[in-house]
Design a protein around this ligand. Structure first.
Ligand SMILES: NC(=O)c1ccc[n+]([C@@H]2O[C@H](COP(=O)([O-])OP(=O)(O)OC[C@H]3O[C@@H](n4cnc5c(N)ncnc54)[C@H](O)[C@@H]3O)[C@@H](O)[C@H]2O)c1
Length: 372
C-alpha cells in the first residue's frame, strides 16, 4: 500500500491520549499496531455476524503475523444489538474467555459494535483497555473516536453507558468497500456534519469531492476520514465529557434521535440518515429564527440530494407521529438540561453553536410544516 495513504492523528488526552491510524490495508497490519499494547499475545474480538463473515479472517491473519492469538464473538448485526441482553452476553463471554485486567478487547465493526464493546470493556473487571477497529464509514469518522460507549434502553437511545477512551483506533479504509451503498452514504451524514458545524472549507471540499468519495476514490476517502477525525479529536480534547463544546457534535442529533425512536430504531431510518435529516431541520430552524441566511439550508439540502441522501421527513418510508409526539421524543434526549432542550443551531455553514433559547412554538411549526 502506498505510504502517502497512511495518516496518524493523536487524540490529546494526556495519559488517556491515543493514536488514530487511517488508511487502506490496516487489518493486515493490525498485529504490528496492537502488539505494543499487549502484555500477553492474546486478544478478545467482539464483532457482528456481517462483519465477521467479511473481515474477521483478515484480522486474524493480521494479528497472527505478530504471533497474536485471537478469540472472537460475533453478535447479530444491527442497532437492536445495542441492548442489555446482547451486552450481558458479551460481558459474560469475555469473562468465560478469562480476559484479565491487563488484556485488550478489540471492537471490529460499526458503531453498534464499537459502542457495545467499549462499554463492555469499561465495566469488565472495572475497566480493561480496548482497541477500536471501525469498519463502517460512520464508525471511522465518528463513533470510534472520543470514548462515548453504551447501549440503548427501552426508554431511549444511548441512555446507559460510560466514557471510556480506546487505546488505539485503526481505521482501515479498504474495508469500506464492502458496505452497502445505503450504509456508506448514511455514514456520510456524519462527515457532512463536521463541515456544517465548524469547517466551511471542508463543506466546500465535500461538495466538490463527495461524489468521487462515494464512488470509491481511496485518497478522497482517507482525506474525509482524516479531516473528520481531526475535528472530532480536537473537540474531544477540549471537552472530553461534554460540559460545553462537545455538544456541537450533536448537530442534527436532537431531531435525528427523535426520528430514530419514532421509527423504532429499524431499517426505516439509519442513524446517519436521521442525522442528515436532522441537520437539514437544524439549518431550516436557524434560518427561520433569522440566525442564518436562507441560502445555507438550501445549499445543504442540495448537497444531500446530490449525494442521494434522505433530506426530508417524507423520505422516511411509513407513517410518522405528529409534531407533538416528536417533540415529546426530543424531550427524552440527553441534551435536556433543567428540563430545557439544548439545540445546536448555526449562523451559517461551518458556524454552529449551542443554545437553550429556542421557542417551542418555532420547533412545533417547523415539524408541522416538515410533516405536511
Ligand atoms: N459513540 C459515539 O460517539 C457514537 C457516535 C455516532 C454514532 N454512534 C452510534 O453508532 C451506531 C451506528 O453505527 P453504524 O452506522 O456503524 O451502525 P452498525 O454498526 O449497525 O453498522 C451498519 C451496518 O453495516 C454493517 N457493516 C459494518 N461494517 C461493514 C463493512 N465493512 N462491510 C459490510 N457491512 C458492514 C453492519 O453489520 C451493520 O449491518 C448507532 O448506534 C449510534 O448511536 C455512536
Amino acid at each position: 500500500m502506498s505510504e502517502q495513504l497512511r495518516e496518524t492523528l493523536r487524540v490529546e488526552l494526556g495519559a488517556r491520549g491515543y493514536d488514530i491510524v487511517i488508511g487502506p490495508g490496516l487489518l493486515a497490519e493490525a498485529g504490528a499496531h496492537v502488539a505494543p499494547l499487549l502484555r500477553r499475545k492474546r486478544v478478545a474480538v467482539l464483532t457482528d455476524e456481517t462483519v465477521a463473515a467479511l473481515h474477521l479472517e483478515a484480522l486474524r491473519d493480521g494479528l497472527a503475523a505478530e504471533g497474536i492469538e485471537m478469540v472472537s464473538l460475533a453478535l447479530p448485526a444491527g442497532e437492536a444489538t445495542k441492548s442489555w441482553p446482547q451486552f450481558s452476553r458479551a460481558v459474560e463471554w469475555l469473562l468465560e474467555q478469562k480476559i484479565e485486567r491487563s488484556d485488550v478487547v478489540v471492537a471490529l465493526g460499526g458503531g453498534v459494535i464499537g459502542d457495545l464493546a467499549g462499554f463492555a470493556a469499561a465495566v469488565l473487571r472495572r475497566g480493561v483497555r480496548f482497541v477500536q477497529i471501525p469498519t463502517s464509514l460512520l464508525a471511522q469518522v465518528d463513533s470510534s473516536v472520543g470514548g462515548k460507549t453504551g447501549i440503548n434502553s427501552p426508554q431511549g437511545k444511548n441512555l446507559v453507558g460510560a466514557f471510556h477512551q480506546p487505546s488505539l483506533v485503526l481505521a482501515d479504509t479498504q474495508v469500506l468497500a464492502s458496505l452497502t451503498p445505503r450504509d456508506f452514504i448514511a455514514g456520510y451524514g456524519e462527515v457532512v456534519k463536521y463541515g456544517l458545524l465548524g469547517d466551511a472549507a471542508f463543506f466546500d471540499w465535500l461538495e466538490e469531492n463527495g461524489p468521487a468519495l462515494a464512488a470509491g476514490d481511496m485518497a478522497a476517502r482517507v482525506a474525509a476520514v482524516k479531516r473528520s477525525c481531526e475535528m472530532k479529536a480536537e473537540i474531544v480534547a477540549r471537552d472530553e465529557t461534554e460540559q460545553g463544546d462537545r455538544a456541537l457534535l450533536n448537530l442534527g442529533h436532537t431531531f435525528g434521535h427523535a426520528l430514530e425512536s419514532a421509527t423504532g430504531y429499524s431499517d426505516r431510518l439509519l442513524h446517519g440518515e436521521g442525522v442528515a435529516i436532522g441537520c437539514a431541520l437544524a439549518f431550516e430552524l436557524s434560518s427561520r429564527l433569522g440566525l442564518c441566511a436562507q441560502e445555507a439550508p438550501s445549499r445543504l439540502r442540495q448537497h444531500l440530494r446530490a449525494m442521494g441522501m434522505k433530506v426530508d421527513l417524507r423520505d422516511i418510508p411509513g407513517d410518522l407521529p405528529g409534531a407533538e409526539a416528536l417533540m415529546a421524543l426530543m424531550a427524552q434526549d440527553k441534551k435536556v438540561v433543567d428540563g430545557k432542550l439544548r439545540f445546536i443551531l448555526a449562523r451559517g455553514i461551518g458556524e454552529a453553536f449551542v443554545t437553550s433559547d429556542v421557542p417551542g412554538e418555532a420547533v412545533r411549526k417547523l415539524l408541522d410544516d416538515a410533516l405536511a
